[in-house]
Design a protein around this ligand. Sequence first.
Ligand SMILES: C[S@@+](CC[C@H](N)C(=O)[O-])C[C@H]1O[C@@H](n2cnc3c(N)ncnc32)[C@H](O)[C@@H]1O
Length: 233
Amino acid sequence: MNRLLIIRELLKHKKFNHYLEIGVFNGHNFFRVKSTFKIAVDPYFRASALRRLFKTLLNPFNLYNRYFEKSSDDFFREDAPKVFADRMVDIALIDGMHTYDFVLRDVENTLRYLQPEGVILLHDCNPLTPEAACSYQDWERRDFKGVWNGDVWKIIVHLRSMRPDLNVFVLDCDNGVGVVTRKKHGSEMLGFTQEQISRLWYADFDANRKEWLNLQLPAYFYTYFGIRPPGSL
Ligand SMILES: C[S@@+](CC[C@H](N)C(=O)[O-])C[C@H]1O[C@@H](n2cnc3c(N)ncnc32)[C@H](O)[C@@H]1O
């Protein structure tokens, strides 16, 4: 299971059709999503006009894509009120700048435009090494730029501590896919303040990963959303 399969299953079974992706890179994921309305936000797209055209030929759903070549903060300030005036977001993939402060703003801004049954997915919630969880500055300095998950994991701890109105868990696949919905049922909260969370280290996380992330096997996705897994009778 990975983020694309999760998005595809939600689009298919929940009759969703309005997709937002923050942090698109070359569109590897974005262009393969089959949704009538798709919004891409990235300050630096690695997808030329030619690639966009080619991807539209492969997947006609790309015909009505809207591209905002700017930071998510600028998008939410300058464009979002108009873009989402008539149609709220069904699914958002937040995969832009992988730091606590940026992702927190992205989640809070997205929640303003998320329809009541909508779903926010957060990529990179489960770093497996301290290197993958390092700061942006350290990652920039490194010669070898491998997987960088940053400290997106702190958002999960944050939401699970401070947002009793949400259900939050992480699927143990694809670098950890966080799932955020409005509350459907009671769930255990954590008790951290924002100040405490900013002072947590990777070692703290590593010792408490399963509990803090509310880490779930990929199959939990089907249980949570009441979707029949592919291949089951
Ligand atoms: C890991 S890539 C996204 C991968 C893509 N979502 C996928 O699944 O194939 C991260 C992207 O976030 C973008 N990014 C960095 N800062 C951002 C910001 N403030 N707002 C939106 N996107 C940002 C980068 O330019 C980069 O293209």
